[in-house]
Structures are given as C-alpha cells and as structure tokens.
Design a protein around this ligand. Structure first.
Ligand SMILES: [Zn+2]
Length: 288
C-alpha cells in the first residue's frame, strides 16, 4: 500500500450527475434498504476508469495490477452493513461518495468485505450528516472530514493516511506491521496471503539470483570488472524503477533498495558480499 493523492473535490462526472444525486436522495430515504446502483459508483467508463488511472491500474490495498473488469470498486466505509456492529446501518450515505470509493483486487475486496473496525477511542458516525435544510452535508462526507477522522479507523486509507509509516517489507515476501493500524490492515485485507507473498518473493529472488551469479562469475574470472559493474548497474537501475508508483509492489522495490544489505548481501558468501557492496556504494554515489 502506498499514499495516493486523490482530489476529493473533483469526483468522476457521473457522481455529480442528476441521476446520481437522485440515487443519493433515495439512499437517504431508504437507508440500508437502498438498492445501490453499480452504474453510478462503479461505472466502467467513468468511476472505474478514473480510479484505474489514479492508481495506475493497481489494487489500493495490495498493489497488484488489476485493470478492466477485474478491478472492484470497494467502499472503504461499508455501505450496507458493518461486521463489528450489527446495530449499525452501514454508511449508506457514502455509497456514491468519491472519497469512499477505492479500487481493489477481488481477493482484497473479498477479504475486507464489510470489516471496518475503529480504535477504542474512535467515535463511530451512525447517521448521515445533514445541514439545516435536511440536505446531505457533502463536506462532512469527505474521508478527511473531522467527523470521519474522529472515527479513528483501524483500516489504513491510502488517500488519507501515510501507509508507508505502518509496514516494512521483508526478503521472504512478507510484510511486517509496525503499528496497530498496520497489523489490522494486514489482517483485514489478508496482505500476507500465499499468492501475494509468493509474488513478492519471486521479485526478490530474481534480483538475488542475478546478483549472486554476477558476483560468482567475477570471482571465478568468467567476467571482468567492467562487465560486472555494467551488469550490476543495470540491475540497480531496474530496482530503482520498481519504486515508481505505476509498478506492482512498488513499496517492496523501495525497501529492496533502502535495505539492500538485508535483502541482497546477507545471503551471499563473504567474498561475493565484498564485490557487491563495493559496486552498490559506487552506484549510490553515482560513480558506477
Ligand atoms: Zn489487493
């Protein structure tokens, strides 16, 4: 998960349409009996396309590439029921709210379902915010509004929080939570599920085996120093590229570079390590 900058004041056109405004009014009347219309909150050519662009076609929670029909439009605050409180109606008034719509892969979406736990000191909002005329107060529906922030959700929101502060990535493909919110988010979305851990580990192992092979070949005299340095330089650039927001598991890419020693030096022999660490230092100083 990585931070995403969404303009909450600039929703997809369809969410501002008359039809959608009517649906919001209907939802206010019908509450959790309302039949939500995917046409408005998940329109493939509008909401889904806009979310896909904003998130570079990735799941907001696990950073797996999900484009087209595979992408689910998740309601960050569940729209019709809440796992932790069966007396709550669900946040039906946020069913068509731009800042409540998050792109998710099927697996994260299914794992999360209607979970929305709060910190012990959080105050859950139970009713739609209405102004003096009985109209929905749109400002208070934004995910960064004071009343919604006061809920203190445990699930991290990439559009409001800094998920970067809550997790570290490990060479075995797992993520480790640094905070209670990180831990809850990992459990809610199942971010250490087998397929994700494997996908992340394959990336790490691929770099490790290439680095190890180059160090081995150099020590054995199969390649010279110039070839070693050039090949490692290409690999290090590839690692930097992985950190770009459009790449799958870009946070893993960031950790691989930042914690290079842990990811790629520790598994090597002393001789191999010496060769690689020197090249990595040179690369970081722009001298490779
Ligand atoms: Zn996902």
């Amino acid at each position: 998960m990585r931070s995403v900058n969404k303009e909450f004041d600039n929703p997809s056109d369809i969410l501002q349409s008359e039809g959608c405004q009517n649906k919001i009014q209907q939802a206010l009347q019908e509450k959790n009996q309302h039949s939500f219309s995917q046409y408005y909150y998940g329109h493939p050519d509008k909401v889904r396309r806009d979310l896909e662009q904003l998130y570079f076609g990735k799941c907001a929670y696990c950073e797996t590439k999900v484009t087209g029909s595979v992408l689910r439009v998740d309601h960050y605050r569940p729209k019709d029921k809440i796992k932790e409180d069966n007396t709550h109606t669900g946040y039906y008034w946020l069913g068509y709210e731009w800042s409540n719509l998050i792109p998710a892969c099927e697996k994260c979406n299914r794992a999360k379902y209607n979970a929305f736990p709060l910190e012990v000191t959080g105050i859950r909002v139970t009713k739609p915010p209405l102004d003096n005329h009985g109209e929905l107060d749109k400002d208070s529906c934004r995910a960064d509004s004071p009343s919604l922030l006061a809920e203190k959700p445990l699930l991290l929101n990439p559009e409001v929080d800094e998920p970067e502060l809550h997790f570290v990535f490990l060479p075995n493909g797992k993520i480790k939570a640094l905070t209670e919110r990180g831990k809850e988010t990992e459990e809610i979305c199942n971010l250490n599920r087998f397929d994700l851990v494997l996908a992340r580990k394959i990336i790490v192992d691929d770099f490790l085996s290439k680095i190890r092979q180059l160090a081995y070949d150099f020590i054995e005299g199969v390649i010279n120093k110039e070839t070693l340095h050039y090949s490692l330089k290409c690999l290090f650039f590839d690692m930097l590229k992985l950190q770009s927001p459009e790449q799958s598991y870009s946070r893993l890419g960031w950790f691989m570079f930042k914690k290079f020693k842990l990811f790629f030096l520790k598994p090597l022999t002393t001789k191999q390590r010496k060769v690689v660490v020197k090249a990595f230092q040179l690369f970081k100083n722009g001298k490779l």
